[in-house]
Every structure is written in C-alpha cells, then in structure tokens.
Design a protein around this ligand. Structure first.
Ligand SMILES: Cc1ncc(COP(=O)(O)O)c(C=O)c1O
Length: 394
C-alpha cells in the first residue's frame, strides 16, 4: 500500500506547499493520470462518438463505451443501466422530469430527507409546482440520524447516501427496503458517498442512483445515472436532440434504446475518458484502506476541532466532512481569513438551506477530506482557525 505522501505526489496541485486542501466535498483534486488521459484523448483520439465512420470516431467511441463499462463495473450495474449525464444535478433532474412527470400525479407524495442538497430538493419542488405533488420531509435527531418510521402513502423516496454538511450516512438498505415494502421507488443521491465507500446497486436494490465524476477524482462536466432497466425502458426521454433518437420524421420521432435515449447531444466524451482513468486509479486502493484512512481523518478532525473554544460541531459526523460554527464568528469571515493562509475550506449553507434552517443557523464552515489528506492538514487548519479567531475577536 502506498503512503499518503506518495499519493499526494500524484496530484500536481499539491506541488504547491501552500495549499492545505480540505474542500474535497465541493470537488476533489485530480491525479496526473486523469489529466494525462484527458490530454491523450484530445491529442490522439478526438472525434465525436457513434456517428462517425472514420478511424478517430471509432477510437473515440471505443474509449467512451469503455468508460461506460468501467462505471457500470464500479457500480455493479449493467451497461444499459448506466447513463452518462453532465453531473449529479442533471441526473436527479432526469429522474424528476422523466420518471416523475410520467409516474406522479397531483396528490402523490415524494419523501425527502432534511439532509438533502438543493439538487435533490428543487427538482421535486418544481414538480410540486407543476403537477401538485406533496413533498414530505424526513426529520433528523440531534446526531443527524434520520427518523424513519414507514413510507406508507409515499410514491418516491429521494435520499442522500451521505450528507454534504453533517457527514452522516443514512441507512440506505433499511430505507430502500422500507420504501419498497410501501410500494415506493427510491432515488439515491450518492454524490458524497461514492468516493468514500463501495456501492453495489444490485445489493442496495435502489431504483436510481446518481453521482458526479468531479468528486471522485475525475473531471467536471460528467455525471452518472444508474436506473433499473425496466424503469429506464419505461421512461420518456428527458432532453431531445441528436443521439437519443431511433428515427425522426417531420411530425414524430422514436427514441433510441437505453442508455442512449437519455444521452441527447454530444456527450461528455473526454470527461468520460477522464472518469474512467479516475476509477482505474482509485481501484488500486482497497476500500478498506480508503475507509480506514478517512475514518482516522474524520476522527482527528472532530478531536482537534473540539479543542477550539466556542466551536460547535454539527451532528455526529461519520464520513467525509465535519461542519461547525464558532460562537460570535461568521463562517464567511473565518473561512476567508484561513483561505488567505492557504487553508481551503468552505463556508455558507453548502446548498442545504432547509438543513441549516432546521439546525437554526444560516451558515456553517465545512472541513472535508479526501484520500490525499493528512492529520497535519487538520493540525494546520486548527492553527489557522485559532489565529483567525483571535484576529476576529480583537
Ligand atoms: C449531496 C450532493 N448532491 C448533489 C450534489 C450536486 O453535484 P453537482 O453539482 O456535481 O451536480 C452535490 C454537490 O455538492 C452534493 O454534495
């Protein structure tokens, strides 16, 4: 197994000693091998996929479809169930606007947890406005654990795999089994989960699962939607255009088979190549190694931050991030001051305003970790936070 030092050396951004990057929940840094794969694609294979007849189009198509195979294997999904989108947000919108519009009617209910990111809230609120569905909120206790009873009367449960603020992990298997017992479908927003632990969509038995490439050490501009074959087959296309059709007449069209039905227009080809490189790179590590390393970091972050006077950690963080407030200090002021010293963290509502409202605050500061972080990063963050507090309180 490689040391964290060796891992860091594979990320060009860490050549700058100044950077203490504790913002991977927003986006992860990219190893050289991912940058090289994208570079090589543009230099040696660049062409549009599927529609060309020439050698480059063949190579590009092979690389793009090869990336789909890697992603499908990563999730334990079938190839046809693995749709490329431009990001997790688009994947959730696809479920809402395609499955939701054709399966939900006025008075139906979508259950959301109060932990959700806006990208797993707003599309459902759009459907509430558009067709009059009810949005039912699942509350949390003081630790951030979801309070779930049953899903009677619910048609869809839209649930995060891991909160991007509290770092808590809902019990997906329990939620999915409970939802299915009530006849509800489940979409899992795995944006924050996929990078921290192994996911097997068949084992989970989720109906849909979404994530973005850029939080997984891959490039921006690519996302994935997993959907059960029979659901994807029954759903209408989300966007219309090239690539997603069987045939187009002057007054009608037929759709392509899945997954192409949901991939209108030129897809994110180089990004898919980059995502494949990221997953291949990640596969050299055992999940156990990643989890142990990151658990250590989260434990160290909790212990270290708890020594700072007036600091309150939100919930009981388990995975990926720790968010906090400090009495008398605005998160933006704190994060800006430590940011000037190279400590990269994030302040605000983290696209989770209903959660912050539930916690009775407007904003928080978030420290998040990736495979390349060390306990020294956390110690440096503490130093700078304490210095910032004394500046702000003076
Ligand atoms: C839990 C969660 N869901 C969804 C998203 C949206 O991801 P993207 O902006 O890449 O579409 C994020 C991004 O931060 C997130 O943390």
């Amino acid at each position: 197994m490689r040391s964290t030092d060796e891992i860091r050396r594979q990320f060009p951004i860490f050549r700058s000693e100044e950077i203490i990057y504790l913002d991977s929940a927003a986006t992860a840094q990219k190893p050289q091998i991912v940058l090289d794969a994208i570079d090589r694609f543009y230099k040696e294979e660049n062409a549009n996929v599927h529609r060309g007849m020439h050698i480059l189009a063949e190579k590009a198509t092979e690389s793009f479809e090869g990336a789909r195979e890697t992603v499908a294997n990563f999730l334990g999904a079938d190839l046809h169930e693995t749709v490329f989108t431009h990001g997790c947000t688009e994947s959730i919108n696809l479920v809402a606007m395609s499955w939701g519009r054709s399966n939900l009617k006025k008075g139906d209910t979508v259950a959301l947890s109060i932990l959700e990111h806006h990208s797993n809230i707003v599309p459902w609120l759009q459907l509430k406005e558009e067709i009059g569905i009810n949005v039912q909120w699942i509350d949390i206790d003081d630790d951030g654990s979801l309070m779930i009873d049953n899903f009677d009367g619910v048609q869809l449960v839209a649930i995060t795999g891991c909160s991007n603020v509290l770092g808590v992990k809902p019990d997906l298997k329990l939620i999915i089994d409970t939802a299915h017992a009530a006849g509800a479908k489940v979409v899992v927003d795995a944006a924050q989960l996929v990078v921290h632990e192994k996911i097997d969509v068949k084992e989970l038995d989720c109906d849909f699962l979404t994530f973005s490439g850029h939080k997984l050490y891959g490039p921006t501009g690519i996302g994935v939607l997993y959907g059960k074959r029979e659901l994807l087959e029954s759903m209408p296309p989300f966007l219309g255009g090239g690539m997603m059709i069987g045939e187009v007449k002057k007054d009608s069209f037929t759709s392509a088979e899945i997954p192409n039905k949901f991939e209108a227009g030129t897809p994110p080809i180089a990004q898919a190549v980059g995502l494949k490189a990221a997953l291949d790179w990640l596969s050299q590590f055992e999940w156990k190694y990643i989890q142990t390393h990151e658990d250590d970091l989260i434990r160290a972050a909790i212990e270290t931050l708890n020594t700072i006077e007036g600091l309150h950690i939100l919930g009981k963080p388990q995975v990926g991030c720790v968010s906090f407030t400090i009495e008398g200090i605005h998160p933006h002021d704190l994060t800006e001051i430590i940011g000037r010293k190279g400590v990269c963290m994030r302040a605000g509502h983290h696209c989770a305003q209903p959660l912050h409202e539930r916690l009775g605050i407007n904003a928080s500061t978030r420290l998040s970790v990736g495979i390349y972080n060390t306990k020294e990063d956390i110690a440096r963050a503490k130093e700078e936070i304490e210095k910032a507090i004394s500046i702000l309180k003076s």
